[in-house]
Design a protein around this ligand. Structure first.
Ligand code: 13P
Length: 246
């Protein structure tokens, strides 16, 4: 299947630096053979909508509300994201699970809201270092995915799934290709049990993916792309990862 390389800018960027970065990326877009997307802070969605026009670059948000409208200060609804032609919305990133105490059930509800608006949720799952060391990796990621399957039923084949071991995020410690492949295969099996169309779900890896380690990770049979943090902020690095995804 076609691979997906998605950048997660997290809370980084400015009008000026975004324009320069996207321009540098698009100057190589004729060479892209995979899906390429950028998940940007909400205030920059309009900028991305303009910059990506008539190009293969897709873009999305980093979160979505479970509510449609109303008294939810600071929240952004799926309908608002749709207004800006967002293709993707990350849900359940570990930074939100940890810093904003998002539960499995809330993440599942966010995925449901995105799907209902025609936005592809990029559902993040992953274990902490403590959980890995306690031998709980499979249990944790399966529990996180089960909540999303439970609420979304057969629509589950419409998601993108991201395996992001928390201990590998922003630490420079990457999961080995074997460690990542093992978890991806577990997730694939869980998706297959839930949907006849599970094999069309892109399961992407995130956690210190960079120009040097991308090719080996992306060569694994169940690694269908990457969710890239730090390296997505540098055009040369992100382009190297895109080039490794064929
Ligand atoms: P890093 O690539 O900076 O480790 O971040 C990964 C991530 O959290 C992507 O969502």
């Amino acid at each position: 299947m076609k691979k997906l390389i998605a950048g997660n800018w997290k809370m980084n960027g400015s009008l000026e630096s975004n324009a320069a970065l996207v321009k540098a990326l698009l100057s190589h877009s004729d060479d892209w053979t995979c899906d390429v997307a950028l998940c940007v802070p909400a205030p920059y969605l309009s900028q991305l909508q303009n910059l990506s026009k008539a190009s293969p670059l897709m873009f999305g948000a980093q979160d979505v509300s479970t509510h449609d409208s109303g008294a939810f200060t600071g929240e952004v609804s799926a309908g608002m994201l749709k207004d800006f032609e967002c293709r993707y919305a990350i849900v359940g990133h570990s930074e939100r699970r940890q810093l904003h105490l998002e539960s499995d059930a809330l993440v599942a509800a966010k995925a449901q809201k995105a799907l209902a608006s025609g936005i592809t949720p990029v559902v993040c799952v992953g274990e902490t270092l403590h959980e890995r060391e306690a031998g709980l990796t499979e249990e944790v990621v399966k529990r996180q995915l089960a909540a999303v399957i439970h609420l979304n039923g057969h629509c589950i084949s419409e998601i993108v799934l991201a395996y992001e071991p928390v201990w590998a995020i922003g630490t420079g410690k990457t999961a080995t290709p074997e460690q990542a492949q093992h978890v991806h295969a577990v997730l694939r099996a869980q998706l297959r049990a839930a949907s006849a169309h599970a094999d069309r779900v892109q399961i992407v890896y995130g956690g210190s993916m960079n120009a040097a380690n991308a090719a080996q990770l992306l060569a694994q049979p169940d690694i269908d792309g990457g969710l890239v943090g730090g390296a997505s902020l540098k055009a040369a690095d992100f382009l190297s990862i895109i080039a490794a995804a064929h």
